[in-house]
Design a protein around this ligand. Sequence first.
Ligand SMILES: [Zn+2]
Length: 292
Amino acid sequence: MAGIGPGASAALPRIPGIDPVGVIHAVGHGVNAARIGEPVVVKPNIPCGSCDFCSRGSEARCPQQTVIGVHRDGGAAEYVAVPAASAIPRGELDAALAVGMLHSLPIVLQALRAAGDVHTGQTVVISGATGVLGDVAAQYARHRGARVVAVSRRPAPALDGVESIVADSSEIVARVRELAPDGVDLALDTTGSADVASALLGVLGWGATLSVCSASVSTDLRVDLRRFYLGRHRLVGSASADYADIRDAIALTASGAVVPRIDSRYPLATITSAYERFSHPDRLGKVVIDVS
Ligand SMILES: [Zn+2]
């Protein structure tokens, strides 16, 4: 939309809509016709299917992947054609809830699992708690039995079992250290701000990992190399998701373990208003476009 970032090379005109959810209306040659009528979500990133990463089921790391609504037409339309493997069954899961989790929960599952996943007894800090990524990440970490500290610049809605801190990047280290004097076991930055990610490096405990799943705001990460090395810290970059992350995210949402937040819904005819709402500073959760 802004002409920057990974989508800047998209050829225009292009129908947007990175994460469509719907029902299979027709299938192409060689696809099982029994799938017609199946409720599905569409995996936003299309892996190549043949590289070393894809053959290991590590599709998030495929270097050849393309994105629905960026490199080919997306879901903001009555119909969209996608590869059969990208249309993943969602069973009885409500379409709006599926849209709400589709481009957030699988991404944070990938990012947290790349850091060794979340385990009972760990302390996990998650930045960007008012964003869609931070919200579902906090819910997932709590579901996994961790102590969860959620950080945001403005107050986030209360989540049972999650400790919340309102702090900007300059306050994060002191505020998190009040709650976790020995540091945390795992930190996830969902803000895309290098200032926030740099601050999270400062709250890592012994042998801890910072996982980063966005860089949309700024890129100049600062590392105290001595602290990083002596503390046996790890830094992980993570983007997109595996097929397995999508399937697990569907199950987590269907069971109610994670409930994605819906900010608002707009009919396709008012898609411009939907995109305006998406950029509004008061937005809290996913903006859903209803095609039908
Ligand atoms: Zn591949």
